[in-house]
Design a protein around this ligand. Structure first.
Ligand SMILES: Cc1cc2nc3c(=O)[nH]c(=O)nc-3n(C[C@H](O)[C@H](O)[C@H](O)COP(=O)(O)OP(=O)(O)OC[C@H]3O[C@@H](n4cnc5c(N)ncnc54)[C@H](O)[C@@H]3O)c2cc1C
Length: 325
């Protein structure tokens, strides 16, 4: 805390249609649902000139601190040992060095974010990531999730996500950005007449997973493995789905010798398709980011229905039915 998150979760009905092979979602998402605050039925996309496109998309917001605490409590109840204020400094073989001594693990799961120490230690690539920051604003904000595109957030977007008697307000950028993120954030909140509390920053993996997420006895999951949907910046749902696959594969490995490489194919089969498509759509969109005029025209051309597909990392279709991606 303070959390580095917009605190938005996709609803299970959306997750089921995005990732049809993922099972037992109700069980997996029990904690997020327990701490949910506001149901948000629509993503409201704003063009640089203020044109509005309402995309029906079922999501809800959470208190991210409570969500993480709830998930940890579940793990501890199942027998996990929790060590707070313990920083991993290096992983070599089964040894995990920390500021509190060295621990040993038959399998090391690096779920330590986009600048993963585990990845670096074992020689796996970091995902390409971009800066973002957010803060909480008090007040009533309805139930739409707003995304604002244009040079106000070059290559990314700014957001206002409704929460209980407050909103999470933030902004993320990408390759066209050369300045100071804080300045952009301040300009955005001023333009909306918002008075946020303390803002925090972080990195979002925006170009999908690296080629490999398993090496020797180490596996990467969540942001450490770039598991974020490139067209919307969401990584919470995917991290939880892949986290379960990581845990089950580690257990299989220890119990019956299943090769850890099974993790790579298992998670890619479950969520890899949409993640890859999201990157391809983002690459296409990047050609228009950087110029408000071009972006305005592109959004008009693409229209609301294809925006809805882009947000879901689904294939965009030409009016004739031919595939563009
Ligand atoms: C500003 C911002 C807003 C976002 N908004 C949303 C959103 O609204 N919805 C959404 O779905 N996604 C959002 N995302 C992305 C989402 O937050 C991540 O995809 C998600 O948190 C990934 O979970 P994770 O467990 O992989 O990584 P993280 O949540 O980053 O957790 C990594 C953990 O590892 C710990 N750690 C790091 N290094 C070490 C070390 N060396 N030793 C020990 N521990 C370590 C960190 O302290 C942290 O607790 C946002 C990201 C940012 C930056």
């Amino acid at each position: 805390m303070p959390v580095q998150c917009g605190e938005y979760m996709a609803d299970n009905t959306e997750v089921r249609s995005l990732f049809p092979t993922v099972y037992d979602l109700d069980d997996l998402m029990e904690v997020p649902y327990r701490v949910r605050e506001v149901d948000t039925p629509v993503i409201r996309i704003w063009s640089p000139k203020g044109r509005r496109y309402d995309v029906p998309f079922r999501g809800f917001t959470v208190r991210r601190d409570r969500m993480d605490q709830g998930i940890v409590a579940q793990a501890v109840q199942e027998g996990a040992e929790l060590l707070t204020e313990t920083t991993v400094t290096r992983v070599h073989g089964e040894d995990v060095d920390t500021n509190r001594g060295t621990f040993r693990g038959k399998v090391v799961i690096g779920s330590d974010g986009p600048r993963s120490t585990v990845a670096k230690s074992v020689g796996l690539d970091w995902p390409v990531s971009a800066p973002a920051m957010s803060a909480t604003v008090e007040g009533e904000f309805g139930d739409a999730t707003d995304m604002f595109f244009g040079n106000l957030a070059p290559g990314g977007y700014a957001w206002i996500i409704p929460k209980a008697h407050s909103a999470n307000v933030g902004l993320g950028t990408w390759q066209h950005f050369r300045g100071n993120l804080r300045d952009l954030f301040d300009r955005f909140v001023r333009s909306r007449h918002l008075e946020p509390g303390k803002a925090t920053g972080g990195f979002v993996p925006v170009m999908g997973p690296p080629a490999r997420t398993v090496k020797d006895n180490a596996i990467l999951v969540g942001d450490a493995a770039g598991m974020v949907m490139a067209t919307n910046g969401g990584g919470n749902n995917v991290a939880m789905i892949a986290g379960r696959i990581a845990g089950l594969t580690a257990a299989d490995h220890v119990m019956d010798g299943t090769p850890l490489e099974a993790y790579e194919s298992r998670w890619r089969a479950a969520v890899g398709g949409p993640l890859d498509r999201g990157v391809r759509i983002k690459r296409l969109a990047d050609r228009f980011f950087g110029s408000d005029r071009l972006l305005e025209a592109a959004m008009l051309l693409i229209g609301r229905r294809r925006m809805a597909r882009a947000i879901r990392c689904q294939r965009l279709l030409l009016p004739s039915g031919a595939k563009v991606l």
